[in-house]
Ligand binder design. Sequence first.
Ligand code: BJW
Length: 228
Amino acid sequence: MNILILTGAGISAESGIGTFRDAGGLWEQYPIEQVATPEGFAADPELVHSFYNARRANAAVAAPNAAHKALAKLEREHAGDVLIVTQNVDDLHERGGSQNILHMHGALNRAICAACNHRWPAPAEMYANDPCPSCNAPATRPDIVWFGEIPQGMDVIEAALQNADLFVSIGTSGTVYPAAGFVQSARAMGVQTLELNMETSSGVFKESRNGPATELVPVWVSEVLAGE
Ligand code: BJW
């Protein structure tokens, strides 16, 4: 059985990384259009860098939780393919022990040059006009996918959906496309669908289990491994 797992902010919430749309979430504190769009970055790059510098510092002190670790165990012990497609920009899946991970909305620990597309490991703090180490243009930005930009690895994700027997969505509100549409694509292809989330996000999943990820994910992983 090949398993494609989509994760969102809810899986990292219990590690102390804020979600976006829950009460008190990031979008209540920062206007989306100012910090998560190319237009916002062009208007005030220092503000956007300071937002991501703070997020990077927050992620650096967070630790992977029982849900991240359970998914790593699944990847190690399950007989079929396990791919994690994460919307999260933190590296808690990597630090939890998973290896097969695709960051479709980018990563806090990477920088990209808007002039030549060169990528490199992000320093702890980035500033407007930092020069690109490859072409020297003052066009450094976080390697983050903002609204209106094309998510990363879409070809890999589409192939993985076609190859999957089970699609599992964990800790995401299902409000941001194209990720929000993966469940419909999976169902149209006859792939089984399961949601593990604090609340039911939509009525589209075949099965939806509600509760904290640190409780639901280890239980589900144990069930899968026990059935092999
Ligand atoms: C727990 C829990 C616990 C809490 N345990 N659960 C009109 C209609 C349709 C689409 C569009 C439209 N207008 C524009 C669009 C497109 C747009 C879009 O979808 N907008 C919508 C808002 C309508 N999308 C885009 O622009 C994307 N690009 C695109 O579409 O390109 C075109 C294209 C696509 C494909 C091929 C070719 C072309 C880009 C989207 C970029 C999103 N970027 C962000 C910010 C950057 C990253 C960052 O700064 O961190 O990514 S937005 C933000 O939302 C972030 C997240 O990854 C993303 C998803 O949020 P997530 O993870 O779901 O978090 P929350 O907070 O929403 O939900 C948390 C959930 O966890 C909740 O359900 C809780 O209950 C739960 N939970 N604690 C378990 N302990």
